[in-house]
Design a protein around this ligand. Structure first.
Ligand SMILES: [Ca+2]
Ligand SMILES: [Ca+2]
Ligand SMILES: [Ca+2]
Length: 284
């Protein structure tokens, strides 16, 4: 074989080698691309392909939470659950990444809104200025929530007075007055608030002491009656081991320890599954 043929053969072999390398490279690139596509498709279609609505919604919610992506929540079928999903991600972002009250305006459910504000309230050290970033109703709910949370945190009865919403004020009063036993704490308040504060405290003391007499300190008749009713339901004046609340339920006499006169106490009959109003067992 002469040299020129050898050279041609070597060149041919080299060219062949380069072609094989090139083809190999192409094959690798193509494969890695399909693998990547497959991953993408798999991830988003995982949830899409689930037939059961409930399971599918949970899948979307988990994926949304994993990626902290509110957009993914929108795949959830029911508006209610999709809103819940969005809210939980907003709250998660608020807690971990951003302490901005504006995030709360993205909250969908009215129930989650005060919770959102309470998270910011703690982050912002209950400074009401933070609520100035919002407008209208949102600002009002924000301020009420800040005050409410601060009143409870500081156990300070004077802060309640600043809360406008009556329902919130009452909840707030009862939250803190539960730790106190002195009616005088209400005296620092203005007339209207003092009245609410006193009623809540008196109710609490009457129930704690199982004493209806305490209720009589309440000025308003309706509130007084409801206090008495409340205390009555917790007491057992005929000492038959059945509280008045339960005497009413079983139709027994709250002033007679043995309503059916068979020698067994109302409460003991009920406890052992017997009818306190006659013969035989209680219907389950
Ligand atoms: Ca009784
Ligand atoms: Ca009785
Ligand atoms: Ca009896």
């Amino acid at each position: 074989m002469n040299w020129s043929i050898k050279k041609i053969l070597i060149i041919l072999l080299l060219v062949l080698f380069v072609i094989v390398l090139f083809l190999g490279f192409l094959f690798f690139v193509k494969n890695s691309k399909t693998e990547k596509n497959k991953n993408n498709i798999d991830h988003s279609s995982n949830c899409k392909n689930i037939e059961d609505v409930y399971e599918r919604n949970i899948c979307w919610e988990n994926e949304a939470k994993e990626k902290k992506d509110i957009e993914i929540c929108k795949n959830i079928d029911t508006a209610y659950y999709s809103g819940n999903c969005e809210d939980s991600i907003t709250l998660e972002i608020l807690k971990t990444d951003k302490d901005d009250v504006n995030l709360c305006s993205q909250i969908k459910s009215e129930i989650h809104l005060p919770y959102c504000f309470s998270v910011v309230a703690e982050q912002k050290n209950y400074m009401l200025d933070e609520c100035n970033k919002l407008k209208g109703d949102l600002r009002e709910i924000c301020e009420e929530t800040f005050l409410y949370e601060k009143a409870i945190k500081d156990d300070d009865v004077l802060i309640y007075a600043e809360i406008k919403s009556n329902v919130k004020k009452q909840v707030c009063f009862s939250m803190t007055t539960t730790s106190k036993n002195d009616l005088n704490i209400c005296n620092v308040l203005g007339d209207e608030d003092k009245k609410i504060c006193m009623e809540i405290m008196i109710n609490k003391l009457a129930i704690e002491n199982k004493d209806m007499e305490i209720c009589k300190k309440i000025g308003t008749k309706d509130s007084r009656d409801s206090c008495i009713k409340m205390v009555q339901s917790f007491i057992d004046p005929d000492k038959d081991n059945l509280k008045n609340e339960d005497e009413e339920k079983y139709g027994t006499d709250p002033a007679n320890p043995d309503s059916d006169g068979d020698g067994f106490l109302d409460g003991d009959e009920v406890k052992n599954g017997y009818n306190p109003m006659g013969e035989g067992k209680l219907a389950s």
